[in-house]
Design a protein around this ligand. Structure first.
Ligand code: SF4
Ligand code: SF4
Length: 469
């Protein structure tokens, strides 16, 4: 497949690499849902006292991945919908919530690599891994054809790999060694911004002699850091087995879990966007109150707070109270409520546009101050073809839009909607404000549902045949 597209976005409000530690809080609000996980199997009771590192809940549909208590405290289950609240927080020594009997059983059955995988799962490090093609959590018992490690984050406002590495290059290379010990002979592709840079030399010096690590450079345009695109660019096709992928933060978590046998309770996330006073990176734990972050960093009166970046993130509603288990960054944009008079025709020097229809097209690149204003309502597709030009997966988003508009799911499937990597570029450039990205996500969801239904009805009919026989 040929890759095209990519868009250099230069935005005001990008977080710098400074890392700040947020003050401890008395109460934490741990969301029971994140993008991939639903922590529905509760392991604690109302009022129970838990220690730092205890499993509060698990996601049984995702290999039992745990939601760990980041601090010691008392559990409240019904205080806030869809959250576990931890009150009377105390900073105690964290411990590893692993079952010794289970370890012995795994050791007999799967050896030392099996124990390592079990520990990673229990200590909250496995959740940093992705199946590059599907975006899901890989099976801890599975074998990948390769592993991709990306130190790059190209979506505006999300946590940067260089900020996470900071002074922890040794931990990073040790994490790579641990990862290699989980594999057999499969290669690790290390994706870095510029293989001739000082940063690359530093890494090269640390990993000298690691023949299994291959350094790869990619174009620095969004979304070439996307795992599915990287897998396709590295010619690691889906039909040759899963490709595992993770970011810098994941490698550091692996090192912590396997070198120190400690749970991964703290995350380094970004706080950025045009509504933020001094965009930076912060160290927080899951459940850290969003209000405390907003009070400290946000100056907008009517902000839209997004979990993630502007292109792939999700707006957080008033019901979201704490940092989620998979949060990589908080983005804040101003959300003008009033309608702008003739906003959709008024040219401006303060807004970049792919269509070059604004006055800003005459200016050099500038730090655009984004807001959530739509400058007029959505309009019908005008067949400008911009969405097709930028799509890195080579799709025709306008065509998929037409199929979805007429409920032609089968046609959308044939046109390759499953290859959409959710980068959001098509929605970003569309002059008609059509949320193509959301439509593709909906199509993928419906197709998956249909596939599941077909598989279930097939297994029912096979079971019925066996009974009849
Ligand atoms: S969201 Fe999907 S269809 Fe749209 S540009 Fe990205 S890959 Fe292409
Ligand atoms: S960018 Fe929008 S208006 Fe242009 S072809 Fe695509 S869907 Fe249609």
């Amino acid at each position: 497949m040929r890759f095209k597209g990519g868009y250099n976005v230069l935005l005001h409000g990008r977080p710098d690499p400074t890392v700040k530690v947020m003050p401890e809080q008395k109460t934490l609000y741990l969301p029971l849902r994140s993008r991939r996980f639903r922590f529905s199997d509760l392991r604690v009771e109302e009022g129970q006292h838990v220690g730092a590192g205890d499993a509060l809940a698990r996601d049984l549909e995702n290999h039992g991945v745990p939601l760990l208590a980041p601090r010691a405290g008392n559990v409240r289950l019904d205080a806030v919908q869809d959250h576990i609240v931890l009150e009377d927080i105390a900073k105690e020594q964290e411990h590893a919530d692993v079952d010794e009997q289970e370890i012995q059983h795994i050791s007999r059955k799967f050896g030392s690599a099996g124990i390592k995988r079990y520990k990673l799962l229990m200590l909250g490090a496995w959740q940093f891994l992705y199946d590059a093609h599907t975006g899901t959590l890989p099976d801890p018992l599975g074998t990948p054809q390769a592993l991709i490690v990306s130190t790059i984050s190209l979506e505006p406002f999300t946590a940067r790999g260089d900020a996470q590495l900071h002074t922890r290059l040794l931990n990073f290379t040790r994490g790579l060694e641990h990862l290699q010990s989980l594999l057999e002979y499969q290669p690790i592709y290390l994706v870095i911004p510029n293989i001739k840079s000082e940063f690359a030399d530093l890494i090269r010096n640390h990993i000298r002699g690691y023949a299994w690590v291959k350094m790869v450079e990619i174009p620095l345009t969004y979304p070439y850091d996307d795992f599915a695109i990287l897998a396709r660019a590295l010619e690691l096709p889906r039909n040759k087995g899963p490709v595992w992928a993770m970011r810098t933060e994941g490698v550091l978590a692996i090192d912590r879990a396997l070198t120190l046998s400690k749970p991964c309770l703290v995350r380094l996330i970004s706080v950025g966007g045009t509504g933020v006073i001094s965009p930076a990176h912060i160290k927080v734990m899951t459940g850290y109150p969003l209000k405390a972050i907003i009070d400290k960093y946000v100056f907008e009166h009517t902000p839209r707070v997004i979990d993630g970046g502007i292109l792939t993130g999700e707006a957080l509603g008033a019901q979201a109270l704490g940092v989620g288990a998979e949060c990589r960054g908080i983005t804040v944009l101003s959300e003008p409520k009033g309608r702008e008079f003739l906003g959709f025709v008024r040219p401006g020097s303060d807004r970049g546009s792919y269509s070059a229809c604004f006055l800003s097209a005459l200016l050099k690149k500038f730090n655009e101050r984004l807001t959530t204003a739509m400058r007029g309502e959505g309009r019908p597709c005008i067949s400008c073809n911009f969405c097709e030009e930028v799509c890195p997966a080579g799709l025709m988003p306008h065509l998929l839009h037409k199929y979805m508009h007429r409920d032609l799911l089968e046609e959308a499937n044939r046109a390759g909607v499953d290859l959409c990597v959710s980068c959001g570029l098509c929605s970003y450039v569309c002059p008609s404000k059509i949320d193509l990205h959301a439509q593709h996500m909906e199509a993928q969801r419906l197709i998956e549902e249909e596939k599941k239904e077909i598989a279930e009805s097939q297994s029912h009919s096979e079971a019925a045949k066996e009974v009849a026989a």
